[in-house]
Every structure is written in structure tokens, then in C-alpha cells.
Write a protein that binds this ligand. Structure first.
Ligand SMILES: [Mg+2]
Length: 265
């Protein structure tokens, strides 16, 4: 007997844009609850804590608790703790990453680091870069929370965690371990939290290169929604660039809801 499929749902461009809920997001979550379908929100963004993400969703009218949220920061901290439970970590990042590191029982240090863990840091400086590069040269392993080079903002696209990581990579010559989508590390973390196998899971997102690529390589079913990054005009180019096709494409969240209501399992 197979379980009804669980869902791993992207946030930015899938359930909201900035502080605006995407039409149907509140009803999608209500539907999943009514159908008893398990779900988790999965985000590459390492800057916010799960508590802050859940509060933001609730402010927009989308029901959420911190336990619903899986961030690249949590997956990165879990990855490090699994490799070395009492690891010393030099962190470049914001509150979400700092909290994930301390929640995982890791020790933040400025010297003698086992790991350099880097996410988005809007207070990033040349001195932080120099320190990180020196620690990597001394043997620390380089971990990036997520590869996203650009982030959407009210002022247009701005440099993301991946752009900071690109600087550290160029200067140190070290290849980082990347945690966020399309990496399997965040997917494995989220599947464990969801309590479903990949074959019992649908990955929902707006980004072919991250969400759909991650879901496809993990062995999940994939559903692309044209609510964010991807639209009818750029679909072919993005699909070719990502080298992956979604199992299904929905114009909006109502299309996804119609399918989930009809499927029954
Ligand atoms: Mg997205």
C-alpha cells in the first residue's frame, strides 16, 4: 500500500512575492491539511530562522508553524554536525544561519575552524572574506548554504549567497560543498523531515534549475508553477538551460489544487 504523496513546496515565487501572497497559497495549504497530505516548505534562503519564515507566512494569511519550514541553513548545520558533531565553524551569514549553527550544537569560532560556512550576509566585508580564505587555506572545509547568484528584491535583482561564495572560491581555489537546491543535501534533509520517500513526494516550485532539478535528481515527482521565475515566454530557454523537464506544469496554484483534489492519492 502506498501513502498519499507528500509535498515539498518552494516559497519565494511559489507561495509569495516579497510580502505579497500568491493567489491561492492560503487555500493550497488549507487543502493539504484537509486531505491529510504532509508537506514542508523548502527554501534556499539561509538568512531567516524557521520562526521568522513561519511568522512571515502567517502575516500574509498562509497557515504555518516553524516545524513546517526547512531552510538551507538548517540542512547545512545538520550536514556539518553529522560530519563532526563538535565542529568549530567560522560563519559568514545572518540570523537564520547563526541560529541553525548554535541549534545544531556547533561552536562558532574566528580561528582554528574545521569548517567555513557561508550564506547570504548583507554585512559582508573584505575582512570577512580574508578571514574565510585564510581558514580554508589552513584546512577548513568550505560549505556554501546555497548557490543562488542573484536574489529578487524591491530594487530588482541583487547579489545572493552564491556571489559571495564565488569570491571565496576564486580566492581560495577550494570547491565548496553546496547545500541548497539543486543539491541533494537539502532535499535529503527535507525528505527526512517530511517522513516520506522520494518516490512518495511531489516537489513544487517556480524554478527549473533549482526546484525541479533537485526534485528530479532526488527521484521525486515534480510540479512547476508559472507563478514566479518561469513563464510561458521563457520556459523553453530555462528548460534547456536546466536540462530537466517537470512532470507537470501548472499555470498557477489553482491548477495544482485541481490536480491534488482529483488525484485522491
Ligand atoms: Mg522560488
Amino acid at each position: 500500500m502506498t501513502h498519499p504523496k507528500g509535498l515539498l513546496i518552494d516559497l519565494d515565487g511559489t507561495l509569495y512575492h516579497g510580502d505579497r501572497m500568491i493567489d491561492g497559497a492560503d487555500r493550497l495549504i488549507a487543502l493539504l491539511r484537509r486531505l491529510g497530505r504532509p508537506y514542508r516548505f523548502v527554501t534556499n534562503n539561509s538568512s531567516a530562522t524557521p520562526e521568522a519564515v513561519a511568522a512571515r507566512l502567517k502575516r500574509m494569511g498562509i497557515p504555518a508553524v516553524p516545524e513546517d519550514v526547512c531552510t538551507s541553513a538548517q540542512a547545512a548545520a545538520a550536514y556539518i554536525a553529522e560530519s563532526k558533531p563538535d565542529a568549530q565553524v567560522f560563519v559568514i551569514g545572518e540570523e537564520g544561519l547563526l541560529k541553525a549553527v548554535s541549534d545544531a550544537g556547533l561552536l562558532r569560532v574566528e580561528e582554528q575552524a574545521d569548517f567555513v560556512l557561508q550564506g547570504i550576509d548583507r554585512q559582508f566585508t573584505y575582512l570577512k572574506a580574508a578571514q574565510a580564505v585564510r581558514l580554508i587555506q589552513e584546512g577548513a572545509r568550505f560549505i556554501m548554504t546555497n548557490p543562488d547568484l542573484l536574489l529578487p528584491s524591491d530594487a530588482g535583482l541583487i547579489p545572493g549567497a552564491g556571489s559571495i561564495g564565488a569570491m571565496l572560491r576564486a580566492a581560495s581555489g577550494a570547491e565548496p560543498v553546496v547545500i541548497g537546491k539543486p543539491s541533494a543535501v537539502l532535499m535529503d534533509f527535507a525528505l527526512k523531515r517530511l517522513g516520506r520517500r522520494a518516490s512518495e513526494t511531489i516537489v513544487v516550485g517556480d524554478n527549473l534549475a533549482t526546484d525541479i532539478a533537485a526534485g528530479a535528481s532526488a527521484g521525486c515527482e515534480t510540479a512547476l508553477v508559472l507563478t514566479g521565475l518561469t513563464n510561458n515566454a521563457n520556459y523553453e530557454a530555462l528548460r534547456a538551460a536546466a536540462g530537466v523537464s517537470p512532470d507537470r506544469t501548472h499555470r498557477d496554484l489553482h491548477g495544482l489544487m485541481a490536480e491534488l483534489s482529483g488525484a485522491g492519492g
